[in-house]
Design a protein around this ligand. Structure first.
Ligand code: AMP
Ligand code: ZN
Ligand code: FE
Ligand code: FE
Length: 276
């Protein structure tokens, strides 16, 4: 059987996923995927291992990244595809973001202590063994200590955007993120557009900054959501990408790997948009 399904939004232990890049690749091979993109938050450190694990198979591993940004609309995430992991500018920017993530995680741990939920920083660090520490690691530490009965509860009660222990993190502006992705040779795509209160005119402005695609196919996108985004892609000549945002094979941290329908032709379109 020919492989035809793709999943272009996946996290590993390099950031806040729970499977190693190698484990992600073997799961994707089991699912007969034709291509995956590893899109860890603010790090490219899982890419080489994932590509090595897929070498000799018929599955492509697209080098990717997920970088956050924000504006009046709240949190915005951008995906970069076909980026060159050896680009100094992007590496520098991501390095600064990761450093700020550590400080921010410490602040959240301090806030949780004030709420009578002390955590050992060593435990949080052990759970965040990869390069990029994030809120899911803190959620897992809270779960491990029995302060919550699921990581979802940790987000809902404490570390969600409006939660009492939430701390914001360093963010680049949308044009800075798009420029960094381009400087690394990549194609820039707006991730899960409906996670923020973004308006159509904002998306149109991002196109003038060089945005090349929208994540149309995503867990929980209704047929209406998909149609709105597809119409935008048609009108502005944007690439329609998609993926599961897989973080873990259990719980509510993203959908199962390969579970979201994504037309495979977007891979070729991304490759061309990235000039490869
Ligand atoms: P951070 O990058 O540290 O701000 O953490 C963001 C990550 O937390 C996202 O990539 C999601 O994986 C995860 N996340 C955000 N909100 C929730 C939620 N309500 N439940 C579970 N995971 C969440
Ligand atoms: Zn994540
Ligand atoms: Fe995201
Ligand atoms: Fe993600």
């Amino acid at each position: 059987m020919q492989r035809s399904r793709v999943d272009l939004h996946i996290h590993s232990t390099a950031s806040d996923g729970v499977l190693t890049p190698e484990e992600v690749v073997s799961l994707a091979l089991e699912q007969d995927l034709a291509a995956i993109a590893l899109t860890d938050h603010d790090t490219l450190s899982g890419i080489a291992a994932a590509q090595a694990a897929a070498a000799g198979s018929e599955m492509e591993v697209i080098p990717g990244v997920e970088v956050n940004s924000e504006g009046a609309w709240g949190d915005l995430h951008f995906l970069g595809f076909y980026i060159d992991p050896n680009t100094p500018l992007l590496q520098q920017q991501l390095g600064a973001m990761r450093l700020a993530r550590v400080e921010r995680a410490r602040r959240m741990v301090q806030e949780l202590a004030k709420l009578d939920m002390p955590l050992d920083w060593e435990d949080v660090q052990r759970l965040a063994a990869g390069q990029s520490i994030g809120r899911p690691h803190i959620a897992r530490a809270l779960l491990e200590r029995g302060y919550v009965s699921s990581t979802d509860e940790a987000f809902i009660r404490y570390i969600g955007r409006n939660g009492p222990a939430y701390a914001p993190r360093l963010r680049l502006t949308p044009p800075e993120v798009i420029e960094a992705i381009h400087a690394a040779g990549g194609a820039a795509v707006l991730a899960h557009p409906f996670h923020s209160g973004i308006q159509i005119e904002d998306i149109v402005r991002f196109i003038s900054y060089g945005l090349q695609g929208l994540e149309v196919y995503y867990p929980n996108h209704s047929p209406e959501d998909v149609q709105i985004l597809l119409d935008l892609c048609g009108r502005y000549d944007l690439i329609a990408t998609g993926g599961s945002d897989f973080h873990a094979p259990w719980g509510k941290e993203g959908a199962p790997l390969g579970s979201v329908y994504v037309p495979a032709e977007c891979v070729e379109q991304l490759r061309q948009a990235a000039g490869q």
